[in-house]
Each structure stands twice: as C-alpha cells, then as structure tokens.
Design a protein around this ligand. Structure first.
Ligand code: HXC
Length: 283
C-alpha cells in the first residue's frame, strides 16, 4: 500500500513495541524505511521483537531499550540513549498500556494507580521528554497516541482505570496539538476497536461467552487485522498527513455505532425476515 521509503529518514520509538499492536506498527514502520526503537519491561520479549522488526525493513536499524514508562528518569535516560545510538529521533508512538476487567467497587487503589501510571503518566513522561528534545533542538516531530473507542463520549463499565486514563491521553493529544503546533510538532490519536492481541485478549476476553458476544456486536462481524491498524499509523506518522493534527481516528468496523436507537433491530432476526416484517408494517 505504501512505498518502501514512506518513512525513510525517520527514527520512531514505539513504547510497548515488544508485542501486540506495538510490534505490528513497528514492523509496518520498518517496511516503510524507518529506523525503529522499541521499549518495554521484559528484555527477552524485546530482544526477539527487534530481530523480527529488522527482517521486515531492508537496511533499517532496530534497537530495544528496557524501560518502564512510569519512571520519568528512566524515560529521560532512554531518550538520551536513542539519540546517541541513532543521531536523532523523529517520532513517538505512545502504545504501552495496562488494563483488566473489574467491578469498579472491587478495585484497589493500587490497581487503579497501576493502569493510570502506565497509560496516562507513561504517555505524559515520553511526550514531555520527546517534546522538550524537539523544541530545544528546533526539530519538527510526530506523536501518535493509542487510545480506545471508549476514551470519548461513553466511558466504559468494568475498565474504569483504562477509561479514565485513555480519556486523559486524548485530552493531552488535543491540548498539545494546539500548543505545540507552533514548533511543528503534530499529535494525533488512533482509537482501535477490537484487534486481537495476546495481552488484551488474555485479560479482557478470556472466556468464550465474552468472545462470542464481543464479535457479534461489531457491524462488520469480524475483528480488525493488525495490518489495517499499522497502515493507519504509517499514514499519520508520514509526510502524507502534514496538515492532520489533534485528530482521533477510530478504526473499529463500526463497533462504536451501536448506540443508534434502532440498531438493536438487526439482532432480532435474519435480514431477509426483517425486510419482510418492514414490508408487512407498511401502511
Ligand atoms: C483486579 C488487579 C488485576 C485484576 C492487577 N491488579 N490485575 N486487580 N483485577 N485482574 C492489581 C493488583 O492486585 C495490584 O493492586 C495492582 O493492580 C498492581 O498490580 P501488579 O501486578 O503489581 O502491577 P504491574 O505488574 O505493574 O501490572 C500492571 C497491570 C497489568 C496493568 C495491572 O495488567 C499489566 O502489566 N498489564 C500490561 C499489559 C496489558 O494490560 N495489556 C492489555 C492492554 S489492552 P494492589 O492493591 O495490590 O497494589 C488495552 C486496550 C483496551 O488497554 C481495548 C481492548 C478492546
């Protein structure tokens, strides 16, 4: 879909890039000629991921950094190392996340804090260090924040820490898109619907009954493909989108549209029976 040089000359850090959607985006960026930095907490996972990423892009360099995004000093050191290793950094994808299902009254303060620390504070830490680097060095750059479809408008039951954190990340995206436009820094967000990953599925849809209902409520009646999400991320991180900033692009097969007042009718019977019923109702 994209040319092999769509992202050439770029070095992009993907937090939580050792697995899941982060790894898929890293591979997509590599295929388009970007050098890749990934970070995460588990060295073994990162080591394996870097090998996979390097295979995807001809002549690109991929490196990993063991870093917990919750630790501001650790994040600062990581950026110093990336700049030292690659000479510069042009893009950041705040992808590292934490989430689990729980009735909100049963949450412990520690459980709430763990998710907020990773998602909201982690995204702030990386964005703040990267933004200062760009501003101090008079460089332009790109930040992409991974949020969710429930970050805006609805919130979400049973994932309260995630809903609160992702709403904060979306507010940060729009606030800084305005504030930092003067420096040539773009910030956008992607709100993915259901894209199966080991991390999310093992925590959020581990039971068959959840899985079946999860898929059924997507109008497209299928989950997203990782490559579909990677393509959107490539576009937003590239020079193909220089005038897009402060935007949140939803990619969810229509899942968020369930609130339409008569949408429930679709699940009552087959479409052909439904059409017959509508005709019979005609005065
Ligand atoms: C209730 C839980 C819990 C659970 C952890 N806790 N899991 N409480 N139900 N299932 C509580 C612990 O008891 C502890 O509380 C506190 O959270 C911190 O837990 P730790 O295990 O010590 O913390 P840590 O190792 O840092 O783990 C962070 C985590 C974990 C967020 C809790 O799930 C994690 O590392 N996740 C990263 C990967 C991930 O979640 N990926 C999915 C993201 S998907 P106390 O009180 O003892 O301190 C996503 C997209 C959503 O976000 C959209 C999908 C469709």
């Amino acid at each position: 879909m994209f040319k092999e040089d769509t992202l050439s000359g770029q070095t992009i850090l993907i937090t939580g890039g050792g697995s899941g959607l982060g790894l898929s985006m890293a591979k997509g960026f590599a295929r388009c000629g970007a050098n890749i930095a990934i970070c995460g907490r588990t060295e073994k996972k990162l080591e394996k991921a870097v090998k996979e990423i390097e295979k995807e892009g001809e002549g690109i360099v991929a490196r990993y950094y063991q870093c917990d995004v919750r630790d501001y000093d650790g994040v600062t050191t990581m950026f110093e190392q990336i700049i030292d290793n690659f000479g510069a950094i042009t893009g950041l994808v705040n992808n590292a996340a934490g989430n689990f299902l729980s009735a909100s009254e049963d949450l412990s303060p520690g459980g709430f804090k763990a998710v907020v620390d990773i998602v909201l504070h982690g995204s702030f830490n990386c964005t703040h260090v990267f933004g200062n680097y760009l501003i101090d060095n008079e460089k332009e750059g790109n930040i992409l924040n991974m949020v969710t479809t429930y970050a805006e408008g609805t919130g979400c039951a049973f994932v309260l820490p995630s809903a609160c954190s992702k709403a904060g990340v979306l507010a940060m995206t729009r606030s800084l898109a305005f504030e930092w436009a003067t420096y040539g820094i773009r910030l956008n967000a992607i709100a993915p619907g259901p894209f199966p990953t080991e991390g999310a599925w093992s925590r959020l849809v581990p039971k068959k009954v959840l899985e079946k209902n999860f898929k059924n409520k997507i109008p497209a009646k299928r989950y997203g493909e990782h490559e579909e999400l990677a393509n959107l991320a490539i576009f937003l991180m590239s020079d193909l989108a220089p005038y897009i900033t402060g935007e949140c692009v939803v990619i969810d097969g229509g899942e968020r549209l369930q609130a339409g007042q008569f949408n429930f009718v679709d699940g009552l019977m087959s479409r052909s029976k439904l059409k017959k019923l509508f005709k019979a109702m005609k005065p």
